[in-house]
Design a binder for this molecule. Structure first.
Ligand SMILES: [Zn+2]
Length: 265
């Protein structure tokens, strides 16, 4: 068996690769050990996923949606008590509808205590962070793309065919080595509010992430992935995104994730 990123023998590898990180609530979509070798799996976790997962933007999204990490912790976020100028930490525990608000580490709480003794109302400011930079996002989306392709090729029985496709070498090198450091263009747009509730038959659920591969009439392959209401799309075969914009304009700007499907369109 060979690894889809480095093409080296991976038969002794033992770790399962999560197509979407567990910290985004994914437990279902994984690749069996060896599809991504242990070395690449480890590199991707540290260099591709971690910078994105640790970014204030995604921590805030995970806090808002109460999505725990694989160690079962919902990320803490920071806030500021305006009147006393005290830095705070907001902590959520799983399955509890309570947010603990405590002074940040090393913060002097005397002003806050004094304020709360004298006042019934105060202002808590919670910053909203911008998304991480394009390079971080696009490598993350590219990684998901190659792994989703792999999951399709496994079921079709042809993982070697995918590994030996020279058309995918630029993408592999971009994810696995970050080369070149120039951002691989991708599309980014909001398709629904992060906490929208969807209904399907009798079930009501929040959608954290979903993905698909779009193949355009020019035979371009796009990974399309939605995470917390933002749709990201990236061309797996090259650094051009125009074909995606053309597809959107020819399809009334619907998301390929829902196009031609009954629910949620
Ligand atoms: Zn590898």
């Amino acid at each position: 068996m060979r690894c889809i990123f480095c093409k080296c023998s991976s038969s002794s590898s033992t770790s399962k690769e999560h197509i979407i990180p567990e910290s985004f609530g994914n437990t279902q979509h994984t690749l069996p050990p060896g599809v991504v070798c242990d070395k690449c799996n480890n590199y991707i976790a540290r260099k591709v996923e971690k910078p994105l997962l640790d970014s204030p933007y995604f921590r805030e999204q995970r806090f808002k949606m109460s999505v725990p990490s694989k160690r079962n912790k919902i990320p803490k976020i920071s806030g500021l008590h305006l009147q006393s100028r005290t830095l705070l930490e907001l902590i959520k525990h799983q399955n509890e509808n309570i947010i603990d608000i405590v002074p940040a580490e090393g913060e002097d709480e005397s002003q806050l205590v004094k304020f709360l003794e004298e006042n019934k109302k105060g202002t808590l400011i919670i910053p909203i962070s911008p998304p991480p930079n394009d390079y971080i996002i696009s490598r993350f989306v590219a990684k998901i793309g190659l792994e989703v392709l792999a999951s399709r090729f496994i079921t079709a029985g042809g993982l070697d065919e995918l590994i030996d496709k020279p058309e995918l070498d630029d993408l592999r090198s971009y994810v696995r080595h970050g080369n070149p450091r120039k951002t691989w263009p991708y599309s980014y747009r909001s398709i629904y509010a992060p906490d929208s509730l969807f209904t399907e038959k009798d079930d009501i659920f929040e959608v954290l992430h979903e993905y698909d591969i779009l193949v355009t009439k020019d035979d371009e392959y796009y990974i399309v992935v939605a995470i917390f209401g933002i749709e990201y799309a990236l061309n797996l075969g090259g650094r051009e995104i125009d074909g995606y914009y053309d597809w959107l304009s020819n399809h009334n700007y619907q998301s390929p994730l829902y196009f031609g499907k009954n629910s949620r369109s």
